[in-house]
Design a protein around this ligand. Structure first.
Ligand code: GLU
Length: 500
């Protein structure tokens, strides 16, 4: 039985890179009939940010990614929050020490800083490792009595890499990654405050929660050799590892950061986030008008493809098609145009009635009361021009309000001396179509234009300018039909007056 987990630390809003990691875990689990769980890794209390956990849960709710077990839904391996599991880690740290896989270290931060400076001045980097541990203050160098004495104060437990060992991480995406134990630092696993660090808690939890596959971001690859060694030290079978490629800036130069989003105008978080300390607001996909299906589809393709150039995929199709073999090794560049394109595509798939319902809220806020039927009609006419629901208003405001301004460029280019006279006649032709018949009105206006040898582009643009205030908008006779001939007459009269 496949069991995977998403294990964020509640240190702030969840980056979309994290969302993608969770999505891949979800697709993988669903495809193989496995389970996905949500574990909160909050061992580092200094980095804890209030609200972050709730934010994570809400984000996935919005996106429609569900968990089989987790901090918010419980499950057979509860608790799923590391701060509630603290009591269980000590025995594992003790086991490692008793079996020679770890040691106590007593060096103070100041002492280590001195070592660091010393090394720096000799153009080396200091590391607590195989080469240095024997000259530092720890249970490998002190007598048993000294160790007992010092254990009354501050200490940490460090992993003890065996000498001359080549450690191999089998990664499902990257293949075999090898590194010598001499290059690795003896990471801290446990501290005298009784709390484990990320590494120990993560491995113990993955094992005790029976995780079969660890699918996580590439930034954790450097930690993987330690994790592999910890499994070995405990005598456990390691899960399979898969490290996902980074999400890169649109130009490919480096990791996608919050600042890139602000600079380039796209969110890097699923939901809007208000920093509880500074009050600073970061934009979210939800609040920016993205549809969750679009975000899912876009993220799925940032680092994976189905093996062909198919782009539009529902969540069910993604589940069917997903495989780790098709995850790429190289970083995936974020593409804003593509994100907008996906949103456009998914917006087109929404029914006019559903969009009208949402759009109507905006209209009511603007003080516009109109029947839902009519809103739906407008939505149908402009939907293909918008990427986001909010844009419905910019594309359709003229259906509800008379124009206040007229695009001067259009006036300059199209408005001639005889334009008012022709517009007045067209207005009369339209008025005479009672009840209004779109097709007939169209033919009558065309006949008038032809008979009088009027420049078609010119007059139609001026008619549009009068009704819309600009040269944009859907089919002119649809607009006329919607507005009604009386309103059309008023708008033409107003335009003639104002433009003159
Ligand atoms: N707590 C780690 C994080 O914040 C989890 C890394 C992992 O999946 O092992 O991303």
């Amino acid at each position: 039985m496949v069991r995977v987990r998403f294990a964020p630390s509640p240190t702030g809003p969840l980056h979309i890179g994290g969302v993608r990691t969770c999505l891949y875990n979800y697709l993988f689990a669903k495809k193989l009939g496995g389970k996905l769980l949500l574990r909160i890794e909050d061992t580092d209390q200094t980095r804890f940010v209030p609200g972050a956990e709730e934010y994570i849960v809400e984000s996935f709710k919005w996106l429609g990614i569900t968990f089989d077990e987790g901090v918010h839904v419980g499950g057979p391996f509860a608790p799923y929050k590391q701060s509630e599991r603290m009591a269980m880690y000590k025995e594992y740290a003790d086991y490692l020490i008793e079996n020679g896989w770890a040691y106590y270290a007593f060096d103070t931060p100041e002492e280590l800083e001195v070592k660091r400076k010393e090394a720096e001045s000799e153009k080396r980097t200091f590391q607590y490792d195989i080469n240095t541990r024997n000259s530092l203050c720890n249970s490998l160098t002190l007598t048993a009595e000294e160790v007992q004495e010092r254990l009354k104060g501050h200490f940490v437990v460090r992993f003890k890499y065996p000498e001359n060992l080549e450690i191999t991480v089998h990664d499902l995406i990257r293949g075999e990654v090898k590194i010598s134990s001499h290059l690795l630092d003896d990471k801290v696993l446990f501290k005298s405050d009784g709390l484990p660090t990320y590494h120990l808690a993560n491995v113990v939890d993955d094992h005790t929660m029976e995780i079969t596959h660890v699918i996580r971001g590439e930034e954790w690859l450097p930690s993987a050799p330690l994790h592999v060694m910890l499994y070995q030290a405990f005598g456990w079978d390691a899960p399979q590892f898969a490290h996902l490629p980074l999400l890169l800036k649109p130009d490919g130069n480096g990791k996608l950061s919050k600042r890139d989003g602000d600079r380039l105008g796209f969110p890097v978080f699923p939901l809007q986030w208000t920093d509880p300390k500074t009050g600073e607001i970061s934009s979210g996909y939800r609040e920016s008008g993205y549809l969750p299906e679009a975000v899912i589809n876009m993220l799925a393709l940032l680092g994976w493809n189905p093996g062909n150039d198919q782009e539009m995929m529902s969540i069910d199709q993604l589940i069917q098609l997903f495989s780790l073999e098709k995850v790429s090794k190289s970083g995936a560049k974020f593409d804003l145009d593509k994100a907008r394109w996906f949103n456009h595509q998914y917006l087109q798939m929404k029914s006019n009635a559903e969009l009208a319902e949402q759009f109507n809220h905006q209209l009511i806020e603007k003080g516009i009361q109109i029947s839902l039927d009519k809103v739906e009609k407008v939505v149908g006419l402009v939907k293909e021009r918008v990427h986001f629901i909010q844009e419905l208003w910019t594309q359709s405001s003229f259906f509800f309000l008379q124009p206040d301004t007229y695009n001067p460029d259009v006036i300059k280019k199209r408005w001639k001396e005889d334009t008012p006279q022709h517009l007045n006649t067209i207005s009369e032709i339209l008025m005479s179509s009672q009840p209004f018949d779109k097709a007939k009105a169209h033919d009558d206006v065309m006949a008038y234009i032809q008979e009088n040898q009027i420049n078609m582009g010119q007059i139609m643009n001026c008619l549009r300018l009068s009704l819309v205030g600009d040269s944009k908008g859907p089919d002119l006779f649809e607009i006329i039909d919607f507005l009604g001939t009386e309103e059309v007459g008023k708008r033409i009269a107003k335009a003639i007056q104002e433009i003159a």
